[in-house]
Design a protein around this ligand. Structure first.
Ligand SMILES: [Zn+2]
Length: 271
């Protein structure tokens, strides 16, 4: 039986091929040179973290190894080839361009590197199509902490929309500050015609899902906590809200603490 396979919630930095990430981390001096692969694996693998907040900290080490254009390109290329070999025919790979500027890359260069890597793989594997979602970030104490970086994320996504980029998201530790402070950023994205999804509801009891609904996204990045409270859940259902969650098999253990696999639409329950 032919089964259509798509992946709409796939983190580039959560899906690195670990032997490559390890070798590159050594080459870029991201980890001490005496680090063994086994030690590296324990550092980055999130299976034993106590909660999602802790697992999110694992992304820092993966972003640290993706600070050169050629490395971002290679990571996107490898992931797209892997997806094609697994039989997927469409995927949306997400990353945050502002997380890759520590060694001088601009956000636009970072986004272009990921697009180029994915497109090179698609030339070799025309059976798969891949779009790139560029994420704004929750960082620091509130939305003000990296406001300019997020504004730039919107700008570069707009510039490359339709040229490999397919949309915008908001990712990171969502309990920093008031979630609703991000609304003007999404209003700006809407003004520019950039489609967006919103990571919301990974933490807490789902209140952020309602905040995200008010910002008019095309989908929620991960609304898994929405089902913890009936009133929130029912409001999501009434919106027929597309719900895209992490697909664990392609992740190297980061962001897989929540036992939900889903990429579909919530529907009103039967009476
Ligand atoms: Zn995610």
């Amino acid at each position: 039986m032919n089964t259509a396979r798509i992946d709409l919630h796939l983190h580039l930095d959560g899906s690195l091929y670990l032997p490559w990430a390890y070798e590159t981390s050594l080459k870029r001096h991201v980890i001490p040179e005496e680090t063994t692969f086994e030690q590296y694996y324990d550092l980055v693998f999130a299976k034993n973290t106590k909660d999602h907040s802790e697992s999110i900290t694992k992304f820092a080490l993966m972003c640290a190894v993706l600070q050169e254009r050629e490395d971002l390109y290679e990571a996107a290329y490898q992931l797209t080839v892997t997806l094609a070999e697994k039989g997927l025919y469409y995927a949306e790979i997400r990353f945050a361009s502002q997380q890759h500027t520590e060694r001088g890359m601009s956000q636009k260069e970072a986004l272009q590197a990921v697009i180029d890597g994915a497109q090179a793989a698609m030339k070799e594997h025309p059976e798969i199509r891949v779009g790139i979602i560029n994420c704004m970030m929750h960082k620091g104490e509130s939305a003000a902490a990296n406001w300019q970086e997020n504004v730039e994320t919107i700008a570069v996504t707009g510039e490359l929309l339709g040229k490999g980029a397919v949309g915008l998201d908001l990712a990171g530790f969502e309990n920093n500050g008031d979630f609703r402070d991000y609304a003007p950023l999404f209003a700006e994205a809407k003004k520019r015609g950039i489609p967006y999804t919103i990571h919301a509801g990974e933490m807490g009891i789902g209140e952020h899902v309602l905040d995200a609904l008010d910002m008019g996204p095309a989908a929620s990045g991960m609304a898994s906590t929405a089902c913890r409270k009936r009133s929130i859940w029912m409001r999501c259902c009434s919106h027929r809200f597309p719900w895209k969650s992490v697909y664990p098999p392609m992740s190297n253990g980061i962001s897989t603490t929540q036992p939900i696999r889903c990429a579909g639409c919530l529907r009103p329950g039967r009476k």
